[in-house]
Design a protein around this ligand. Sequence first.
Ligand code: COA
Length: 179
Amino acid sequence: MKYSKTFVELNKAIHDRASFDCGTVELNNFLQRHAFRHMKVGVSKTMVLPATEKQLNQKYPICSFYTIAPSSIQKATLPQNLSKALPLYPVPVFLIARLAVNKRVQGECLGQITIIKALEFLWQVNQKMRAYAVVVDCINESVEKFYQKYGFHYLCENHGKSRMFLPMKTVEQLFTNRR
Ligand SMILES: CC(C)(COP(=O)(O)OP(=O)(O)OC[C@H]1O[C@@H](n2cnc3c(N)ncnc32)[C@H](O)[C@@H]1OP(=O)(O)O)[C@@H](O)C(=O)NCCC(=O)NCCS
């Protein structure tokens, strides 16, 4: 399965959600049942990387996707060296709520491409509306290791998942230096 060059907003008329399988039922269900509706009601945004060729049903398979939303964390959960200068009220962050790669193309660097594209998108949003960090909730230890590769650090437990974070300053350095 060959993938397109750019991520686009999920469109249920064009993208084949039903055939997406990343190996994790929770994430498949989210994409298939909730992602589009959540965008409609305005609580998150899902960007997908479609395959280059349509299936028989005239829809494009989804190679990978990420879902982002605004969120906030408690100042007290941050390490002291980072929280010192922050105000007392909840700290605004961007949440990578979901991210997954289709099993058919796992192990081909698409996870890496997807996380970098998600961070680049959030970096662009951050030019207009500031957030302090990017956070992600990991479903298991292996996924924690995946995010550690990209500079994320453990923050706290959140509803049975490990919450990890990456300061927006680090994201800024990453993309500002690339320009
Ligand atoms: C985790 C996932 C996104 C990785 O995507 P992928 O396309 O297979 O990964 P890549 O080929 O881009 O690998 C990038 C790097 O991460 C590592 N990696 C990949 N999957 C990993 C995992 N599950 N745990 C730890 N490291 C992992 C790779 O070894 C590679 O490291 P390297 O650059 O040192 O060789 C994908 O396997 C997936 O969607 N899994 C199911 C859903 C899921 O767990 N999503 C996580 C977000 S909640």
